[in-house]
Design a protein around this ligand. Sequence first.
Ligand SMILES: NC(=O)c1ccc[n+]([C@@H]2O[C@H](COP(=O)([O-])OP(=O)(O)OC[C@H]3O[C@@H](n4cnc5c(N)ncnc54)[C@H](O)[C@@H]3O)[C@@H](O)[C@H]2O)c1
Length: 433
Amino acid sequence: MSEAPKSNVSDSRREFLKTSSALAAGALVGGLTVPRSVHADSGSEVLRVGLIGCGGRGTGAAAQALDADPHAKLVAMGDAFDDRVKASRQSLSKRFGPKVDVDDAHCFTGFDNYKDVLGCDLDVVILATPPHFRPAHLKAAVEAGVHVFAEKPVAVDAPGVRSVMESAALAKKKGLSIVSGLCWRYDYGVRETISRLLDGAIGDIVSIQENYLAGPLWHRGNEASWSQMEYQLRNWLYFTWLSGDHNVEQHVHSLDKGQWLLGDIAPVAATGLGGRQVRTEEKWGHIFDHHAVIYEYPNNVRMHAYTRQQAGCFNQTEDFVFGTKGVCQVLKHEIAKPNGEVIWKYSGPKPSMYQVEHNELFQAIRANKPINNGHYMALSTMVAILGRMATYSGQRVTWDEAINSTVDLSPASYEWSDLKTPPVAMPGITKEV
Ligand SMILES: NC(=O)c1ccc[n+]([C@@H]2O[C@H](COP(=O)([O-])OP(=O)(O)OC[C@H]3O[C@@H](n4cnc5c(N)ncnc54)[C@H](O)[C@@H]3O)[C@@H](O)[C@H]2O)c1
């Protein structure tokens, strides 16, 4: 395990931080919320970025952060595994040269790596580990006074979601930004399409169909030297305590668009069917390979949500929205009459939504106008967990039962030890709340 957080902050920077926190404390006493000021890195305008979780997405997000601001600098990196940190650092250094200022002493590993990264006097941290760790990492980041980019989903169980809600509220009080990796909210075409629907372009929305029908994902094999804990972390997608199952890990993108369309309110309940038809080998852990969930909302509105990870089947990722006066396909950016005649199609610019997320985060920090996506990222994650609770248990699960659930999927301890794969959930037998 790692030692206590280290700090490499310079004396002048310390002085600056002391002054700004004293100012902030003063203002809070007066009942005001003061946004955290941009650090002055010994008089410069550098924004110090840390990365926790140096895999595919973390490395991509770090690149987008460095592209988003001319003075953003990557200064610390953490991952459970040394090989992942080093590979990520190498690829980022190759592309960004001196903007990647991370020597070996600022590469951290093990389960406590996040404490060490957050001890490096950051302005911004990117949280891109498997979702299980997000609630604890987000809490630590907000407590450390750091702006956050938090990949989706943000938890795997209800206690995790409740913790994220608390951290988001604290971030709001502290004037910190939290930008969520629910990236479709940063896609110009999706934004314009959904904003038209929310303005009534198809009348009242009565039903939504969310399809995330896709193929299987990667598997990273096994090695004799790996403990079961290491094996599960390296293949985290297939273990519910780490990923939440694919209804949470992947389908949350679609469920989030549905939630957005319905005003980011909690559903009343969910009923679902799911199972593991082709993912039968042990190497696929214990998650399902398909989920079909009916979410009930107030006023008899329904969201029908389908997701599949099976090879050789029909694939489609799309949001079909049905209103009293028309229909819409959100990812196609098309609004039509009930008979299908298209009456509007988005034709504006289409910058990368992944880049827009970071551009807006860094602009918010520079302008002292915090963005806080905490509400919808927590709610949409919980909607995805509710769906899994319904498919695993085979029961109709209410929102109140789900959000108040005390089922905590964390392992007994974080050690490189033997960790059994839980049994595959059996609808009708498995208890989820
Ligand atoms: N927004 C999107 O479109 C999008 C796309 C892909 C992934 N994601 C999300 O990003 C996150 C990471 O996914 P990925 O594809 O990069 O996976 P990945 O396996 O490539 O990367 C995850 C990294 O986290 C590391 N890790 C595991 N436990 C850790 C811990 N306790 N502390 C620090 N590091 C730890 C792993 O070793 C690995 O290097 C997931 O939540 C995933 O759902 C989002």
